[in-house]
Design a protein around this ligand. Sequence first.
Ligand code: CA
Length: 339
Amino acid sequence: MSKPDFAAMSRLSADIDLMADGKATGFVRVPHSVHRSAYGWIPIPIVRIKNGDGPNVLMQAGNHGDEWEGQIGLGNLIRSLEPKDIKGRLVILPSANFPAAMAGQRTSPIDDGNLNRSFPGNPEGTITEQIAHFIEHALLPGFDYSFDFHSGGSSLAYIPSALAARLGDEARMAKVLGMLKAFGAPVSYLAAAPQGGGRTFTSASFRQGVVSMGTELGGGGLVTPHSLKVAEDGMRRVLAHIGLLQGPVPAPTPTRLTEIGGDDYYVYASDAGLFEPLVDLGDEVAKDQPAARIHFHDTPWREPVTLTFKRDGLVLCKRIPTRCERGDCLFHLATDVVS
Ligand code: CA
């Protein structure tokens, strides 16, 4: 039996040719018939810049709508790059879950869909599932490299970081490590290997044979000059490293190579209440060190609960909002990769 034509199943289509030479800007159209617009479509911005032969590269941000460095950085890249500046093909999808980005939310206001938990998608599913299906089956095939620019969003903040999944294939892993070093975020980390059935863009890229890396650039719903500089300088250095961007790039910056492992790297809220952090991003902590207190503002005479770290590590990520519920992630750690 021949493989079904997944791309042809999609209701979505780009209104520019993604393979042609030159620079073109347009939209991926998502048909969406609603009260105010009977035959309307949702316009997801997309850009193609191509100059002859070279690597095929997809850069995406706004997978989570409230993560901004990638969206701003890719906008700046779109306006500054011309075909003569590159060799190969660069396709940019700066606000992949466009309804979420326009609402300033992690998830889509249309269907509550989390795009990065929706792959491989469904051509007949919700709007978010249709976007995931289009990205995995119509967009990703044929690319050599993909980049997914995340940050902590509204509820988390990270030390600006780049990340990649651990791969069994040593040659591919070496390629990815070279990309992390070229990107040059203050911290890089290796995460769990992509799963065949995984629901993230990383897993989608893995299934489609595309070498992929991502970022966690900052967060808290904010952009800072530092986090945006990490994003933009990193984008240019890594595009030059893989042979797409021609000409000078920002000077290299060192990265600290770390990894995140199992559940013991995380601290979760045990109770609903007010989260008092006892450490900050960048701190080096030890096993059993107090991480946070949770205060009970409904019964303030009750002693707060103290939560501790389950292992040593670097505080890579922390929760931003003070009010927490049981099960909210408060911190996660990273540890140096010992080679
Ligand atoms: Ca994210």
